[in-house]
Structure formats: C-alpha cells, structure tokens
Design a protein around this ligand. Structure first.
Ligand SMILES: CNc1nc2cc3nc(NC)[nH]c3cc2c(=O)[nH]1
Ligand SMILES: [Zn+2]
Length: 373
C-alpha cells in the first residue's frame, strides 16, 4: 500500500499509453473509465456491483453534494467513501461546470460564481477556495481545480479570456489545496478548439504544477471530429509522466479515439443514464430495448457478455420490464452498460500493453453495425 499518489507508465502504442495510478485507497488501471456517482450513488447500482464491473474509481459531483446533503454533513458522517460505502478511489469535480448547466441565476466574477440551487433556490458561492474546502470535506482522493468551461459557440476572444480566468483560478486552487499527502490535485486545460490557446493553457498549468492534467472544454457540443482535432495535439502539450483526464467523454467510439490520442482517464454519465432509458451498448452496436422487435427475442443483449444481465435475462424480459417501468430494468441495463465499458477499457489496456492497439481498434469498428441491433 502506498501513502502517496503516483502514476507509473508501463507501455505505449503510438500516442496511447497504459499504466497504473497508485493511491492510498488502491490502484487505478489506465486507461480508466470512471462511472459517475453524482449524488453519492451510481444510479441503480450498489457500490459492490459497480466494483464487480471492474471500476477502480468513480466520480462524485461537488455541485450536487454541496447542495444536498451538504459537504459538512458528509464530513460528519466520515467522508464520502464511508457515506456511500465505496472504499476505492473517488475523483470529485470542482462544481463550476454544473453550476453553468444546472443552477439558476448566476453571477460570475473574478472572485467566483454566485448561484441559486436547482434543488431549493438557496444561494451559494463557489470559488477556487470554497471548492477546495468542499472537496476536502468530501474527502475525495483526486480533487479538480475550480475552472470555467465556456459555453459554445464562443468567440476566440471569449475563449481566451475564459481560459486565462481558469488559469488564475488554477493558481488559487493550488494555493488553497495546500499540502495533502496521498491526495492529488488535477489542473484543467482550457482553450476551446484553438491550438495556441490550448498550448498557452498547458504551459500555464505546468508552471503551477499538478499531479494530473485534465483536458476540459470538450464534449460540450463541438462534435467528435472537432474534439478529436483538439486531441490530436492537446495531450502532447501535457507532461508524459502524469495522468491525462478527458472530462465528460463519452460514447464507446469517443473513448477509443481519445485513448488512441493519449488520454488515460475518462468519465461519462452515458452508460448509466442511457441504461435507465432502455439503451444498451454492445460490441456490435446499440440495442434500444423498448423497440417492439425485442418482445419475443429469447437471446441476451450480447451472447458473449458475462454480466448478470446477459447471463440471466432475455431481450424479451428486458423489453417487458422496461415497458412496465420496473426498477429492475434500469438496474440490469446499467449493470450491463458499465460492464461493457469496463470490458472495453480492459481490452484497450491489454492491446496497448501488447502493442496491438491498431488491430484492436480495427476490430472494434468492424464489429459495429449501424443502428439498432
Ligand atoms: C469541473 N470542471 C470541468 N468539468 C467539465 C465537465 C464536462 N463534461 C463534459 N461533457 C459531458 N464536458 C466537460 C467539460 C468540463 C470542464 O471543462 N471543466
Ligand atoms: Zn451484458
């Protein structure tokens, strides 16, 4: 067991990397996918089920937890790990992104963001300092800088100004974080889709110094082509010996493309959220279980899948319980989707370690039919 946070790069294949992040709460095998546990729960999953899918780390949302049940209450209950019965690593975001997308009535100044809760309308203030304090109360292992993710479309000037604000906030986050052995602080690169701004942001972050670096400001509607265009160069601006985290990504093919371009960590609500809306992800493409053509199909979602959903239930059953709005529907599809995502990550890690990523990616794309399967 280690008391420190450290990243060990074990193999590369082109720009792709595989390695291990060691933390006091256990190892994170990279490339890693982090299920999203927004309000101290990965929706429709028990923590032990999330662990059974192969997840080494999950994500918690500062915005949601500060509003309900409150970071102080979580701290009084022993911290987020104890509170939600997850003893492996947790990464918490810093709240800013969700303020912009969820809260009402916001005021953004150099100092921070004032907003009203979407839960009860109460007033709150987030800044680098308060975000660091909240994430410390939650007790997460990996803390994210407080940043601003500009909404698209945005002018180059607006993106530049926003990025430079985020860099000043990164310095304040670093100063407020202090010295917390065994805990990591990740910086977040901004700069939109402009190479020079991305490079400026990467240099600013490195001059401050972080335990890992996120690529922010993507997966905000720019589309896969534009996102990959940034990922063709942005990870290369970051240190080789630190983890790179792409925030909010994504669909399976987004993940494969991001890993090919040097990304080590990702998070996305897609596998869990789409599981609740009847959408299953498989190596051959997507199954929309509400489609009537599944109602007499005795086959599992995926014949080759070893998850409890595919081992125990037919598409006919899954169609029925989805239509009947039974809770087991979201449970089974979420479990399957998270299992599939972790299988994909394991396949990527093994392929990179064996120097056969190109063959893996070719097979990944060759097996996927278009549309509902
Ligand atoms: C916590 N800071 C922070 N979170 C983010 C979360 C995201 N989630 C997406 N797509 C779902 N894009 C994101 C960008 C950022 C970003 O630029 N900054
Ligand atoms: Zn399955």
């Amino acid at each position: 067991m280690t008391t420190r946070f450290s990243y060990t790069l074990s193999a590369t294949d082109g720009a792709a990397r595989t390695g291990v992040i060691d933390t006091p709460r256990g190892q994170i095998r990279t490339p890693a996918f982090m299920p999203v546990g927004t309000a101290a729960t990965v929706k429709a999953m028990l923590p032990e089920s999330v662990a059974a899918t192969g997840a080494d780390i999950l994500l918690g949302n500062t915005y949601h937890l500060m509003l309900r049940p409150g970071a102080e209450r979580v701290a009084r209950m022993g911290g987020l790990h104890r509170f939600m019965n997850w003893d492996r690593p947790i990464l918490t975001d810093s709240g800013g992104f969700q303020v912009m997308s969820l809260a009402g009535l916001r005021k953004l100044t150099e100092d921070g963001v004032t907003f009203s809760s979407h839960v009860d309308g109460s007033k709150h203030f987030l800044s680098p300092e308060t975000s660091m304090q909240i994430q410390k109360l939650l007790g997460s292992d990996i803390v994210m800088c407080f940043d601003e993710c500009p909404a698209l479309p945005a002018t180059d000037e607006a993106v530049a100004a926003s990025m430079r604000l985020s860099m000043r906030w990164a310095q304040r986050s670093r100063d407020a974080f202090g010295d917390r052995p065994g805990h990591a602080l990740f910086g977040i690169m901004q700069g939109g889709v402009t190479r020079e701004l991305r490079e400026e942001s990467a240099q600013a972050l490195q001059s401050i110094g972080f335990d890992g670096y996120a690529v922010g400001g993507l997966a905000v509607g720019e589309g896969q082509e534009a996102m990959f265009g940034v990922l063709d160069y942005a990870p290369g601006f970051l240190p080789v010996d630190k983890p790179r985290y792409l925030m909010g990504v994504g669909k399976p093919d987004d993940i494969v493309g991001a890993v090919q371009r040097g990304i080590d960590m990702m998070d996305c609500v897609l596998p869990s959220r789409s599981g609740r809306t009847g959408q299953a992800w498989t190596p051959r493409g997507q199954v929309n279980i509400k489609n009537a053509r599944h109602q007499d199909d005795p086959r599992p979602l995926d014949e080759d899948c070893t998850c409890p959903c595919c081992r125990g239930y037919s598409r006919a059953y899954l169609h029925h319980v989805f239509r009947a709005r039974e809770m087991i529907s979201g449970m089974l599809l979420t479990w399957h989707n998270l299992h599939y995502y972790q299988q994909l990550m394991a396949g990527l890690r093994d392929a990179i370690a064996a120097g056969r990523l190109d063959a893996f990616v070719a097979d990944f794309h060759a097996r996927r039919a278009e549309g509902d399967i």
